[in-house]
Design a protein around this ligand. Structure first.
Ligand code: ADP
Length: 536
C-alpha cells in the first residue's frame, strides 16, 4: 500500500508568497543610521524581494551562484533573505565584525559573485574586495546620500526588473543560504542550508514549545542577520506574518529600549551581552519604559546566567534560553519547563531556565564520553552530538573536516554537557579552543601564534575567562625570552593589524612558565582554573 498524500516540495518561496498574500499590511520597521524609522510592510517586502530575484537573474546570476550580503538588520536585508533565494541563488551573509582578511577569505572561498552592501559599510568592503572574486557591488542607500561612482544603487537595481516574472524550478534540497563558522584551528568553515532544512526549522521554531512566535507577536531580532540565519527568525516570521522591528546599526540597550517600547515588541532575541547591559538600565530606572506586558526574550549564543533570568523576571520579562550552532541552523534545544513538571518551585524553574533546555522535535541528541554514550542522569558528562534534518552533515568544500562528524554521521558540537533524566541539557565545558566574546568567536590558537611571533615572546597561551559583560574575554599568559622585555601595551600594538580590535586580549599575565600536559601541550584547564575569578 502507498500513502495517498501529495508529494509537495518544501520551499521558502511558499513563505514569500504567503506573506504577500495573507499579511500585506503587517509592518516591517527598520531603524536607519540617523535613527529615523523606515516603515514598510509585507506587500512591499513581497514585491521587492521578487524584483530583486528577477534583477539578479537579469544580472547573470544563475542557480546556485552565491550572492553575499554585508549588512546590518533592516528591510533590505530581509528582502535579500528571500529575494536571493527566490532567484535560485545562495544567500551568503558575511559577518561584518570579522577582520577584513578573514572576510576576504570567506567571500573568496564561497566564490561570492555579487555583494549587496549597506552604504555605511562600503569602507569595510573596500578593505577586502580586491582579495575576492566579487564582480558587482549593489549598495543600499541607507543614509540617502548618493551612491559613489562604480557601484549600483540597490533601488536602481530593483528598477531593472519588470515584475512580470516567475520563480525558477526548485528542489527542496537545493542550497539556499550559507554561513561560515570559526574553526578552532584553520580557516572558517561554510555551512550550507537548504529550503527543506529552513522550512522544517521554521515550523518547529514557531511551536509554542519551541520559541513560540505567532503572527500576533512583534519581533525585534537583535541577533545580527549575519549570524546563523538570525537564528531562523526571518524565515519563521515571514511564514506567519509577524511584524518585524529591525534595529539597524543601533544595538546599544539605550537605543533598543525606546524601540521596544514604541513598536510594542513582544519578543526579542540576542546574546546575553545585550541583555546584561539592558538589565542595568532597567534596574536603575524601573518605571521609565512602558514595555509590552507580554515582552519576553530568547537568549542564546552563550550560556545565560541565572542572575540575568531572575533580573528580567523582576521586571515581569520571561527569558527563554536556546542552544545551537551555525551548524544546527541554529536552534537545537530550548529551555522551558515541560508539561510533566507542573509543580516546580520558583527556584527550580529559574534553575531549569538556566540550562540549555531540551532537544527540539526531529533532532536527536546524545552525550558521548571516552567510554561511549553517557546516561541522562544529570551527572555523567560527554560531548553533545546531534543529528537531524537541519543539522549540517559536512562543510562546504572542505574534505578534511571529517573530525567534526562521527562515523555514524552525527555532528560533534565541541560542547560538553550533562543531561538530566528529564532531558535538560546543562553545558559544563567546551572542547573547542575558542573564546566567545559578546557573541563573536575569537580563536585562541590564532592569538597564540600571533603573540609568539613577537621577538620578545618565548611562549603564549590564550584562554577564555568569564567576563560580566562579554560572557568571556581572552586572557593571554605570556613567557618572555630571557633578557627581552615587552609589556601588555606593546603586545596589543603588535596585534593591531592582525586582528579585529575587539578580539585583542585586554588581560595579560606575564609568568615564568606555562603549565604543560604530559605530552607537552599547554595545560589550559590549569590556566582556566587559575584565572577564573579574575576581576574586570
Ligand atoms: P551562534 O551564531 O548561534 O552563536 P555559533 O556557531 O557561532 O552559533 O556558536 C555556537 C556555539 O555557541 C555552541 O557550540 C556553544 O559553544 C555556544 N552556545 C550557543 N548557545 C549557547 C547556550 N545557550 N549556552 C552555552 N553555550 C552556547
Amino acid at each position: 500500500m502507498q500513502s495517498t498524500m501529495m508529494h509537495v516540495k518544501l520551499t521558502l518561496t511558499h513563505f514569500l508568497e504567503r506573506a504577500g498574500t495573507l499579511f500585506p499590511d503587517v509592518e516591517i520597521v527598520s531603524r536607519m543610521p540617523d535613527k529615523s524609522l523606515h516603515r514598510s510592510n509585507y506587500r512591499e517586502f513581497h514585491k521587492r524581494a521578487r524584483l530583486l530575484a528577477e534583477a539578479l537573474q537579469k544580472a547573470g546570476i544563475r542557480k546556485g551562484d552565491r550572492v553575499a550580503t554585508l549588512m546590518w538588520n533592516h528591510y533590505a536585508h530581509y528582502e535579500a533573505y528571500f529575494g536571493v533565494i527566490a532567484s535560485g541563488a545562495v544567500l551568503h551573509t558575511l559577518n561584518i565584525r570579522l577582520a577584513p582578511d578573514e572576510i576576504a577569505y570567506i567571500a573568496d572561498h564561497a566564490e561570492d559573485r555579487i555583494v549587496i552592501v549597506d552604504d555605511i559599510l562600503l569602507p569595510l568592503l573596500e578593505q577586502f574586495r580586491a582579495k575576492t572574486r566579487i564582480e558587482r557591488v549593489i549598495v543600499v542607500p541607507l543614509t540617502g546620500k548618493p551612491v559613489p561612482e562604480g557601484y549600483t544603487n540597490y533601488e536602481d537595481f530593483l528598477a531593472t526588473a519588470s515584475g512580470d516574472w516567475d520563480y525558477p524550478e526548485m528542489e527542496e534540497d537545493d542550497p539556499i543560504a550559507m554561513c561560515y563558522t570559526s574553526g578552532t584551528t584553520g580557516r572558517p568553515k561554510g555551512v550550507v542550508y537548504s529550503h527543506r532544512s529552513q522550512v522544517l526549522h521554521s515550523l518547529v521554531q514557531v511551536m509554542p514549545d519551541g520559541i513560540g512566535i505567532s503572527g500576533h507577536d512583534v519581533i525585534l531580532p537583535v541577533v545580527p542577520m549575519f549570524h546563523a540565519n538570525a537564528w531562523g527568525v526571518p524565515y519563521a516570521a515571514a511564514m506567519i506574518g509577524t511584524k518585524m522591528v529591525f534595529p539597524g546599526p543601533h544595538l546599544h540597550p539605550d537605543d533598543l529600549l525606546p524601540l521596544l517600547e514604541s513598536e510594542g515588541v513582544t519578543i526579542s532575541c540576542g546574546v546575553p551581552t545585550i541583555w546584561l547591559g539592558m538589565i542595568q538600565i532597567l534596574d536603575r530606572d524601573p518605571g521609565r519604559w512602558k514595555l509590552h506586558p507580554k515582552l519576553r526574550l530568547t537568549v542564546g549564543g552563550s550560556a545565560v546566567p541565572e542572575s540575568l533570568i531572575r533580573g528580567f523576571a523582576r521586571h515581569g520579562i520571561d527569558v527563554n534560553q536556546g542552544w545551537g550552532m551555525t551548524e544546527t541552523s541554529p536552534l537545537a534545544t530550548i529551555s522551558r519547563p515541560l508539561q510533566t513538571q507542573p509543580d516546580l518551585t520558583e527556584d527550580e524553574r529559574f534553575a531549569l531556565q538556566a540550562t540549555q533546555g531540551y532537544v527540539l522535535p526531529l533532532v536527536d541528541l546524545r552525550i558521548v564520553g571516552d567510554d561511549g554514550v553517557q546516561p541522562w542522569d544529570g551527572k555523567a558528562v560527554g560531548e553533545i552530538q546531534v543529528h537531524g534534518p537541519w543539522i549540517t552533515g559536512s562543510y562546504h568544500d572542505l574534505p578534511q573536516s571529517e573530525s567534526s562528524f562521527t562515523a555514524d554521521g552525527w555532528l560533534r558540537t565541541g560542547d560538553v554537557a550533562a543531561v538530566t533524566p528529564e532531558g535538560f541539557v546543562k553545558i559544563t565545558d567546551r572542547t573547542k579552543d575558542l573564546i566567545k566574546s559578546g557573541g563573536e568567536w575569537i580563536s585562541s590558537v590564532d592569538l597564540e601564534n600571533a603573540i609568539m611571533g613577537h621577538p620578545a615572546v618565548a611562549e603564549a597561551a590564550v584562554i577564555a575567562v568569564p567576563h560580566p559583560k562579554w560572557a568571556e574575554r581572552p586572557l593571554a599568559v605570556v613567557v618572555l625570552k630571557s633578557g627581552r622585555t615587552v609589556d601588555a601595551e606593546g603586545l596589543r600594538a603588535f596585534l593591531v593589524d592582525k586582528f579585529a580590535k575587539w578580539a585583542i586580549p585586554d588581560a595579560w599575565e606575564f609568568v615564568d612558565a606555562i603549565p604543560r600536559t604530559s605530552t607537552g601541550k599547554f595545560l589550559k584547564t590549569a590556566l582556566r582554573e587559575r584565572y577564573k575569578d579574575r576581576q574586570w
